[in-house]
Design a protein around this ligand. Structure first.
Ligand code: DHB
Length: 307
């Protein structure tokens, strides 16, 4: 029996629901000799900011039990170079490109989006990294405040007709409330979860293992947090949810889909194997074959329990 792998989010049809997560797959152009990137449902790029950024001082990553902590500081080439150097390369890609945008004010995000819209390259969607401090809002992260999330989403919605995805942080009191703000602001979908804050100390040197001390924890260690967040979000909104956090296998991805996700992103697992997303996809298809699902989209919300 053949399994239909396609999924539709907003008005975009993806060949399958397995994407690679922002920050774990560069600009999407680095691995095309190692991995058949065209078999991925989509590539979500590193966060793009108005200006180029060096990012934080090293060390910026450390392995932790069942995961890792990073604090890269949004290192990227800036929107102008991104347009000049990356957009032309995307022309030959069959997979879909989702450009992740970050900023420290509403105008930062708006500037990046406006420039990308003018450049009119082959981008299919924007994912908005709202886990950034708003320098005009008391340095509070956009992601922790429903009002700031609503304002930012509305401003960006006015600037694009492309698929608009707001990426949510788990480090909030009520993630459903923030998801609702994104939905009310006109987002087509939300993705969750961004990293969970964490710290790791080298006891022999009595120093932090990464220069900034606190960073973002990712990998299998956070999967139960991600699955719970996706489930809570699907109860709060009617737009699709893209689930992520610690997916390393088809079964992990199916878990997110059962919790309510319409698609998933594979992140930290790409550091061990850049083809991890393809393995996840193949294993999801096998799961469907073995469990009587005729399409991957049937998995979304197929949880049998009520809560
Ligand atoms: C960084 C940004 C993130 O959104 C995250 O989850 C982890 C790290 C960063 O660029 O430092």
């Amino acid at each position: 029996m053949s399994v239909d792998t396609s999924v539709t989010i907003g008005n975009v049809e993806f060949s399958n629901p397995v994407f690679v997560a922002s920050g774990t797959f560069g600009y999407g152009v680095e691995t095309d000799e190692l991995v058949d990137v065209n078999r991925l449902g989509a590539i979500v790029t590193k966060s793009i900011t108005p200006q180029p950024r060096e990012g934080n001082p090293p060390p910026r990553m450390v392995e932790t039990p069942s995961g890792m902590i990073n604090s890269i500081g949004l290192a990227n080439i800036g929107v102008e170079r991104y347009i000049g150097e990356m957009l032309p390369l995307y022309e030959s890609f069959k997979t879909k490109i989702i450009t992740n945008i970050a900023g420290f004010s509403v105008s930062d995000y708006a500037e990046v989006m406006e420039k990308l819209e003018q450049a009119d390259g082959s981008i299919c969607a924007y994912e908005i990294n709202i886990s950034c401090p708003n320098v005009e809002g008391g340095k509070m992260e956009f992601a922790v405040d429903a009002g700031m999330t609503l304002t930012l989403t509305k401003e960006l919605r006015q600037r694009t007709e492309k698929l608009l995805i707001i990426k949510l942080s788990p480090s909030v009191t009520d993630i459903g409330e923030i998801a609702k703000a994104a939905e009310d602001g006109g987002a087509d979908a939300v993705s969750a979860i961004n990293t969970v804050f964490g710290m790791s100390i080298d006891t022999s040197s009595q120093r932090f293992n990464i220069a900034t001390g606190i960073g973002g924890l990712s990998g299998p260690a956070i999967r139960p947090i991600g699955v719970a967040c996706v489930h809570m979000i699907t109860s709060a909104v009617s737009i699709p949810v893209i689930g992520m956090g610690g997916i390393t296998s088809g079964s992990d991805a199916v878990e997110y889909m059962l919790a309510g996700a319409s698609a998933v992103q594979v992140g930290t697992a790409n550091y061990r194997d850049p083809a991890a997303g393809l393995t996840v996809l193949d294993e999801m298809i096998t799961f469907c074959d073995e469990h009587g699902f005729t399409s991957l989209s049937q998995l979304a919300g197929a949880l049998k329990d009520e809560s």
